[in-house]
Design a protein around this ligand. Structure first.
Ligand code: ZN
Ligand code: ZN
Length: 245
């Protein structure tokens, strides 16, 4: 199965990633992708861009090198389940991922992590939970997938996890199985930090296949499905939105 979209890509602006948006778009076009979301880390991560960066993302053209670009963020989930960018900036973005990162939150018990993740899911600006299978932040997969379904949101199976978050395999498989069982959509993303990784999803797709997730539950399979999801979430994808100054 070919995936037309990659909704989790870091550019050089994230502080520990190494490619420009134009390089990313060029690579995406070469691989036949139709849509890429640029999702820098939220401001509380060391080296991540300030709120001003997210405020100004509207200057990035909708099409770069023939690939449609979404202006996004991978926000950090904080102890109280909130995320690290103010509403007035979040509402200007096309796509909001939120995830646990050890720099910004201490791991808790399974119950605590589950509660915090569900709180983040309940945030009306959050569209996708990034790497929910992170073994440093164990969650109850059934509860999280049920909450995702109730809220009409998306969970990610993250290809980069199998390199940088050892022990992700079992957790991701369990999440994917629950998603298949309950009919919850999954976003298979690269979490690329260097241009060659854009659109790479082999390991994540192997898990999704093993879990029996059908193509119609894989949001990133079709660029059109991504756009329909964003429209359903009440966002417009206009040419430009107005910057807050
Ligand atoms: Zn992350
Ligand atoms: Zn990431």
């Amino acid at each position: 199965m070919f995936l037309e979209a990659d909704l989790h890509v870091h550019s050089v602006a994230s502080g520990h990633a190494y490619s420009t948006i134009q390089e990313i778009a060029r690579e995406a076009r070469k691989k036949g992708l139709k849509l890429v979301a640029i999702t820098e880390h939220g401001p509380q991560m060391t080296g991540a861009p300030s709120p001003l960066y997210f405020n100004n993302m509207w200057v990035i053209h909708r099409q770069v090198e023939g690939v449609e670009i979404l202006r996004g963020i991978e926000a950090n989930i904080l102890e109280d389940g909130s995320i690290d960018l103010a509403e007035r900036y979040l509402r200007r973005l096309d796509l909001v991922l939120a995830g646990f990162h050890a720099e910004c939150i201490e791991p808790g018990s399974v119950e605590e992590n589950t509660r915090t993740m569900i709180k983040a899911l309940e945030n009306p600006y959050v569209d996708i939970i990034s790497h929910p299978g992170n073994p440093h932040f164990q969650i109850d997969p059934e509860q999280v997938v049920r909450a995702t379904k109730r809220l009409g949101k998306i969970l990610e199976i993250n290809n980069n996890s199998f390199r940088v978050r050892r022990g992700s395999y079992e957790n991701c498989l369990e999440i994917a199985r629950w998603a298949a069982h309950l009919g919850v959509m999954i976003a298979v993303n690269s979490d690329s930090h260097f241009t060659y990784d854009v659109g790479e999803s082999d390991q994540a797709m192997a898990i999704v296949r093993e879990a029996g997730v059908p193509e119609e539950l894989i949001l990133t399979a079709k660029a059109q499905w991504v756009k329909e999801y964003i429209w359903k979430r009440g966002k417009r994808l206009g040419e430009h939105t107005t910057a807050i100054v």
